[in-house]
Design a protein around this ligand. Structure first.
Ligand SMILES: NC(=O)c1ccc[n+]([C@@H]2O[C@H](COP(=O)([O-])OP(=O)(O)OC[C@H]3O[C@@H](n4cnc5c(N)ncnc54)[C@H](O)[C@@H]3O)[C@@H](O)[C@H]2O)c1
Length: 422
């Protein structure tokens, strides 16, 4: 049953992504053949990953690496470890990466990878063996000029270090630029860990200033208190917002005066969840998404706001820190309600932007200060937001459609210039 639910969700994400491209393409005069090409992944690699469990038994896991489009540069995209991951989901997420890199104008195509596993059921040693064997299997298609993985759900700098080490051992020298999101000690970039959450908040600041929303005192609800969600919560708190609700897989918490985010983080580190945090009342996921608040940040997984709950969403701004959290039909409902949705390919692009900075620093062996990283990140997020907002206003379309229009035009141009080799 769980497996069925996971695969339905991933099919839904793929359907939403394809539909979204069609919707944006309807506003552009694109070559129909090239549009068809842009809807297909370039390469899908499925691998079996045998590992020895700590008890000596052999277990085979399934893994994927998908490259969606390489016209604008090497493929770029995260690797997630999740029990519900499917090939359809990875294809959709790889396509989102193509559009994301294009909308913020960095010279990459899109990719994504996954291992179907529940990392919470694996020891650290098993996770390392799984990561290294997966890396060996996908080494056929990754590399600093080919495809550069990064962290995603349930993967982190340590996992990236294992990938970098495994890849480097095959070549006989260190290749830091094969992954981003590495530990700082191994050539990671300052600010990379926080970049998705920080970049998301930069777009929220822009959205607020364009719509006249005063951020000081504005109420915020955040679904998902992991890398992206907890950083966004901290930074929004620093800007004077009241973060009234946050959640994770175990449940949500609510405090109308605003949660003390540092203290919630400390509680989560200690107990593994935000649920049960003492200075708050419990809240269901559904209640969080439909809470009376100014800003809603879905920062967990895809397909959280669907036609069944979209009409209940009351926020003025929805900033998609997660990939694909709003279904295509729900998106239409939110648009009709006048809610400003900052689409995932823009709102959470901060991670890949700083990954790009990390890759550039790795290739040049010359490292930037945190201030420099944040300054460049803000500049890119703000200018991308303004381009999207301006186009949306001019064409009378949603920010999502405008973002896809910009991304599609850039990728289509690259494909056309390179030509089709037959
Ligand atoms: N980390 C990045 O750099 C990055 C970049 C771009 C996009 N994203 C996207 O952001 C989202 C979160 O990624 P992350 O890196 O923060 O992952 P993470 O694993 O650090 O955090 C995910 C959080 O969501 C919670 N969660 C999962 N399912 C939930 C549910 N149904 N309801 C409530 N909470 C739930 C988890 O408990 C966890 O707190 C994903 O969609 C990911 O693809 C992440």
């Amino acid at each position: 049953m769980e497996e069925k639910k996971g695969s339905q969700k991933s099919n839904e994400l793929l359907r939403s992504t394809l539909l979204q491209v069609e919707r944006a393409a309807a506003h552009l005069s694109l070559d129909a053949g090239i549009l068809k090409l842009l809807q297909e992944p370039k390469r899908c690699l499925t691998v079996s990953i045998p590992i020895r469990r700590d008890d000596g038994s052999l277990e085979i896991f399934q893994g994927y690496r998908v490259q969606h489009n390489l016209a604008r540069g090497p493929a770029k995209g995260g690797i997630r470890f999740h029990q519900d991951a499917t090939l359809e989901e990875v294809i959709a997420l790889a396509a989102l990466m193509t559009w994301k890199c294009a909308v913020v104008n960095i010279p990459y195509g899109g990719a994504k990878g996954a291992i179907v596993c529940n990392p919470k059921e694996l020891s650290l040693a098993e996770l390392e063996r799984l990561t290294r064997r997966y890396t060996m299997e996908i080494s056929l298609i990754i590399g600093p000029e080919k495809d550069i993985p990064a962290p995603d759900v349930n993967t982190n700098p340590q996992v990236m270090a294992w990938i970098m080490d495994t890849y480097s051992m095959q070549l006989g020298y260190s290749v830091p630029a094969v992954v981003t999101g590495k530990p700082i000690e191994l050539g990671g970039s300052l600010g990379r860990n926080e970049a998705t959450g920080t970049g998301c908040v930069y777009t929220i600041e822009e959205a607020a200033s364009h719509t006249g929303l005063e951020l000081k005192g504005a109420s915020v609800a955040i679904q998902g208190f992991g890398n992206a969600g907890s950083v966004a919560a901290t930074y929004l708190g620093d800007l004077g917002c009241r973060v009234v609700a946050v959640s994770d897989t175990q449940g949500g918490i609510f405090n109308t005066d605003g949660l003390n985010i540092a203290s919630v983080k400390e509680f989560k580190t200690r107990t593994g969840t935000v649920a049960g945090y003492p200075d708050a009342t419990p809240l269901t996921q559904e209640e969080l998404l439909t809470l009376e608040c100014d800003i809603l940040v879905p920062a967990a997984l895809e397909n959280q706001i669907t036609v069944t709950n979209a009409s209940g969403v009351k926020a003025k701004i929805v900033a998609e820190a997660a990939n694909g959290p709003v279904s295509v039909e729900a998106d239409e409902v939110l648009y009709q309600k006048g809610i400003l949705v900052i689409p995932d390919i823009l709102a959470n692009a901060g991670g890949v932007v700083v990954s790009y900075f990390e890759w550039v620093q790795g290739i040049q062996h010359f490292f930037w200060s945190q201030d420099e990283v944040n300054r460049e990140l803000r500049q890119r997020m703000v200018s991308s937001f303004r381009d999207v907002y301006e186009l949306a206003r001019r064409e009378q379309v949603s920010l999502r459609t405008a973002a896809y229009m910009i991304a599609l035009s850039r990728v289509e141009k690259a494909v056309s210039l390179r030509g089709i080799f037959v």
